[in-house]
Design a protein around this ligand. Sequence first.
Ligand SMILES: *Cc1c(COP(=O)(O)O)cnc(C)c1O
Length: 372
Amino acid sequence: MKFETKAVHIGRHPDKQTGAVATPIHLSTTFEREADGTFPHGNIYSRNGNPNRLSLEECIASLEGGETAAAFSSGQAATMSVLQTLKPGDHVIFPDNVYWGSVKLLKDIFHHWGISYTLTNATDLNELEKSFTPKTKLVWLESPSNPLLKITDLQKAADMIHAHQAVCVVDNTWSTPVIQRPFELGADLVMHSTTKYFGGNSDVLGGVIVSKTDNEFFQKIRMIQQTGGAVPSPFECWLILRSMPSLSLRMNAHSENAQELAEFLEKHPKVTTVFYPGLISHPGHLIAKKQMNGFGGMLSFLVKGGEAAAVSVAGKVKVFTRATSLGGSHSLIEHRASVEGPDTQTPWNLLRISIGLEHIDDLIDDLDQALM
Ligand SMILES: *Cc1c(COP(=O)(O)O)cnc(C)c1O
């Protein structure tokens, strides 16, 4: 089956009792045993698994091309489950430009539990190579990175990580499997904040870890999911699964809009730099072209005149909404540094944009008037 067909059908089965085509939401927290003590439907208790979560996991695993997946109550809970497999003394490598919440987990939680970490410029494979220690167990990659849209050659990075016997995890939230398939490039695990493009409507929080193979490492993540209990509710799983059939159409529309907007901004006199891998001027353009199908719906740019000028542009938009997050139908604009806080590495004149599904002419006109 092709991607679009899987997105419609995998994990969905017309309800045997009622014939309902839309998947029912199963709120039951507990499931009946047979007289012989077995569970004929495979469900025991909703923290361990429930029909809506299993449907969602089956669908996402199939779309990423992995064998299995574990859904969580947020992207952060999903990332946590990967870090919770580690032991005190273990070392991990994260990119120096990466979703800031991922680093916050290391700095404010796992560091205190004896996990050491190195933040490195993962775009530069020599820098990455130098960051390994004999204790390195796991390397986290994010390409394009947040918020600078730096590109890492995922295939080359994964080969290096495996040469060091470490696990390669890719946060694929910004691309989704429509744009990028990390398993085909060597990744062992793929993480998503399903809050973003998978949910697609800015109305549900969730996360998922997909594994290329249902191996011992993934079994630990499954155990942490079921025992730790940071799981999504049946309704949340249902909402995310409901958005999957339109994922491919939406991602292509986001990408097309983003490309046009990036080209507009690159020519604008009030903009000094545009970070979008679809631009030929982007240093990672050729690698992005090789490993992505389209370049996604996220971009950042630097406004001439510093922080005040950037904040003023964000203050004048009418079609864009000033808000954090991404992946919904609304275009969002954000002064990223003020969200990340005083010790951020993000330039203070940077605005990050999540391009929505509005008509591109309205988006361009809106930024044009805001940049006046
Ligand atoms: C939002 C986001 C996360 C965190 O996910 P939550 O659902 O907010 O917990 C992780 N990685 C990336 C790239 C994100 O955009």
